[in-house]
Structure formats: C-alpha cells, structure tokens
Design a binder for this molecule. Structure first.
Ligand code: UD1
Ligand code: PEP
Length: 446
C-alpha cells in the first residue's frame, strides 16, 4: 500500500451544513476543450472548474500551439486554435499517466496535423480500462496506429472517412472519440450502441455550435454528417452532477443539510430517485438542490450501476458510505467497472459490514458475472464508524473516505488527498464552509 504524504486529519461526528457551489462537469469540460482544437476560430468555454484534469488538457492544448487564456468572467477560458502545430513527443509524454483525456486528442490532431502521439493514460484504477474500442473505431475511420514503448503513434494517410460503427458496449470515451473524429470526416458516420450520458449530449451541443451536423436517435444511435470546416463556440458547461451527488451523499451520511448551488435535476433524476428511496430528502429550485437527512432511520436498497439513464457508477462509492447507516441489507451491483468495490475494505476497518461477491447480485447478469471479479456487495447496517488511517485509492473512493471520516467518531488520517483535486474543485474550502473539522498537520484549517 502506497502512503502519500499529503495527509488530512478529519475529526468526525459533525453534520455538514451550509452551501457550496458546483461548476462545470469534470467529464465534459476537458472534452469541450479538446473540441476547440477542431475549430478554425477561437472558442469560449464558461463555468470551467479549477481541477487537475482541466490543467492537464490546457497544457496539452498549449503544447499543440493553441493559445489558452482566461476570459472576462471568472471560470471562462478562451482557446485559439488558429496556429495548431506538432508538439514534441517528450513534452507530451510528460503528461503520461495524468488523466484519460489525451486519448480524445486522436481525431482532432489527425484532422489538423495528419498525425498524433498519445501518451500512456491515467485516470482511476477501478478496472482494466482498456482502450481497444477507441483504436478499433479510429482504424475504421482510416487511421494507422502503431504502439511503441512510450505511447501510441497515429497517422492519417488521407482525410478520415465516415463509417458505420457498432460499439460492443456503450462506452462514454469511445462515443466521444467517434464524435470528435466524425465531425470533420468525409461523409456520414452512423454510431450504434452509443453512450448517451448528459455530458455527451453537452459535447454534441458544443460541436453543433461549431457547425457540426449530429442527430441523436432514442435508440442509442448517433448519426454525424461530416463537414469541411468548423468554427469556434461559446458555451456554458453543464454542471457537475457527479460532484453534486457526492455532496448529497455527504449530507446524508453525516446527518447534515447541504444546498448544492449549480446542481441540476435533469441530469440527476436517477440519483434523486435512489436518494429518496434510501430516505434522503431534497428540494429543488432554479439555482440548485438542497439535500438533507430528515431524521429517523435510513432504508436499505438494491442498487445497480449502469450506463445512462441508469445509476451512474461514479455516484456509487460516496452513496455506499450512506448505505452503511441504513437499516438492513443493501445490495450494490457494479456493472460498469469490474474492480470498483475495493474501497470498501477500508470502510470495514472503520466498522462497516460490507461483504463482496463475485456473483451478479440484484436484478440482472452483467459482463462480470461468473468471472473472478468482486463486483457485488452486501452492505449490512446501520454500523457505527470509527476514525482510521485511510489511503485514498481513486477519485470517488477518496471522496467516500472523506465522507466516512466525517461521519465517524474520532479522528481519521486521510493520506493522498491531492488526488481529490482531480475532480473536486476547492474541496478543502468547501469542507470548511460546511463546518467540517479538518486540518492539514502543521496548518490549522478549521
Ligand atoms: C473522463 C471521463 O469522462 N470519465 C468517465 C468515463 O470514463 P470512460 O470513458 O473511460 O469509461 P467508458 O464508458 O469508456 O468505460 C465503460 C466500460 O467500457 C469498457 N471499455 C471502454 C473503452 C474501451 O475501449 N474498451 C472497454 O472495454 C471499460 O473497461 C468499462 O468497463 O465514463 C465512465 C462511465 O460513465 C465514468 O465512470 C468516468 O468518470
Ligand atoms: C472514474 C472517474 O474518472 P476518470 O475516468 O477520469 O478516471 C471518475 O470521475 O469517477
């Protein structure tokens, strides 16, 4: 187990109460930034959060000759792609392991330069996370791909051509790969079994503003008619439904009350239904959503993660902490990633009762059944949590440890909190605004 030295001391037992604001979605903003590369004029993206994945993409765009500067309003970025150029492979490689977004540079760079270098990807360690779909579709468009030790080298010997694609699984990243490639490819692309997450719809809105022609059917089919040229866009990014749900789970687990400014009902409907079934209360207004624990006992539930419009997998880990406080047996079936339940062993050390199974528990069989993946959990509650020494394993697992530490009796030492910055803007300030008792050793925070 690696112990990073950025440690947060969390003194638990205080309900989180107050208001925080979420801005643009981690799973949209960096992709909209990549889309700017396709344009022949500057783009303006608003509601951009200050998170690590945004900084990584900003660095990669700049390496390729895109000028990126703050706009007039806070959280606004202006990206000018009029002088796109090849970047030094070693400079790109310095971003290896930083995020999953570099893979989405393939299509835009092939269109703009005829070649691309993609370093090793980062992202959360929650399964194998192969990228075979991405390369399969790029080959269908006409790209040549060579894997070398330092990364993937791609080439487009001629203009990429629209094609007919069926994804083996509705992958978010592979759907985005197709969109970002097909918009400037010659002719029509038909993508079936596409992912239809709200962030993908927002990316389609961005591309349409740039001049793309994209039609989305109700059966997971997306048709893109390639155009010769795209312009810039002016877009207010969709807000982060994953961060919003994390704070909602924190309110429930700590018996608190949090108003999440920026949270949007439309992209959170499935989460809100589940939150209500567990016994959480919420109230929606035009500016955000208030989440609170209404008192009394929380109820156990059967939960299955799935692609949109199912229960988003990134909502799962924070909500599991609240389920440790529900009466009875909850079942959690993780069907998107094969290894996203490892974080529960630390919750057990804190006093939770969570048992993992290889079988598909709950309603349906998934790709991971009858294989060696502990991808179902039975959470037995309610259990009293005690402070512990915790090492953050991944982004949402890390946030769930923060929630558990805040809900627990006593003090926890949470190691590796730097990872949370990858997807949660100013989380330390937000915790303090909500009355959390946290401190960086040697520096009192609140
Ligand atoms: C930056 C970003 O937007 N990340 C999100 C994105 O990740 P990401 O786009 O990486 O996730 P995918 O939807 O592609 O992955 C879903 C499943 O498809 C599999 N797969 C995917 C691609 C591939 O080439 N081969 C393959 O087998 C994966 O292993 C996984 O089991 O969608 C996930 C599912 O909503 C979210 O959890 C992540 O937060
Ligand atoms: C899995 C996640 O992100 P990524 O795909 O960037 O690793 C996440 O946001 O929970």
């Amino acid at each position: 187990m690696t112990v990073n030295d950025d440690v947060l001391l969390v003194h638990g037992g205080t309900p989180l109460e107050g208001e925080i604001r979420v801005r643009g979605a981690k799973n949209l903003v960096p992709k909209a930034m990549v889309a700017a590369l396709l344009g022949s004029a500057p783009s303006r993206l608003r509601n951009v959060p200050d998170i690590r994945d945004v900084r990584v993409v900003r660095g990669l765009l700049q390496l390729h000759g895109v000028t990126v500067r703050p706009g007039d309003e806070p959280g606004e970025l202006v990206m000018d792609p009029t002088r796109v150029e090849s970047a030094n492979v070693a400079d790109i490689d310095a971003h290896a392991g930083s995020s999953r977004i570099p893979i989405l540079f393939c299509g835009p760079l092939l269109h703009r330069l005829g070649h691309a270098f993609i370093p090793g990807l980062g992202g959360c360690d929650i399964g194998g996370r192969p990228i075979d779909f991405h390369f399969d579709v790029l080959r269908q468009f006409g790209a040549r791909i060579e894997k070398r030790d330092d990364g993937q080298y791609l080439e487009a010997p001629q203009r990429l051509r629209g094609t007919k694609i069926r994804l083996p699984y509705p992958s978010v990243g592979a759907t985005e790969q197709v969109l970002l490639t097909a918009v400037l490819a010659e002719g029509v692309t038909e993508l079936s079994n596409a992912a239809v997450e709200p962030e993908i719809e927002d990316l389609i809105c961005v591309l349409q503003k740039m001049g793309a022609i994209i039609a989305m059917d109700t059966d997971r089919t997306i048709r893109i008619t390639g155009v010769d040229k795209l312009g810039g866009y002016n877009h207010h990014a969709l807000s982060d439904r994953l961060e919003a749900a994390s704070w909602a789970s924190a309110a429930l687990a700590t018996e608190g009350n949090i108003y999440v400014r920026g949270a949007q009902q439309r992209s959170m409907m499935t989460f809100l239904n589940t939150f209500r079934k567990v016994g959480g209360a919420f109230e929606i207004d035009d500016e955000g959503i208030r989440f609170w624990h209404p008192g009394g006992l929380l109820k156990s539930i059967a939960l299955e993660t799935d692609v949109h419009p199912g229960f988003q997998t990134d909502w799962q880990q924070p909500l599991v902490v609240a389920l440790t406080q529900a009466t009875g047996l909850s079942i959690v079936h993780e069907t998107v990633y094969e290894s996203r339940l490892g974080f529960t062993s630390a919750l057990n050390q804190m006093g939770a009762h969570i048992q993992l199974y290889r079988e598909c528990l709950g309603g349906s069989n998934c790709r991971f059944g009858q294989r060696n993946f502990l991808h179902s959990a039975v959470v037995s509650g309610p259990t009293r949590l005690q402070g512990a020494d915790l090492v953050i394993p991944d982004l949402r697992g890390g946030f769930s440890y923060l929630i558990a530490a805040l809900a627990a009796q006593g003090t926890s030492r949470v190691h590796g909190i730097g990872l949370i910055n990858r997807g949660y803007e100013n989380f330390m300030e937000k915790l303090m605004e909500l009355g959390a008792k946290v401190e960086l050793p040697g520096k009192a925070l609140g």
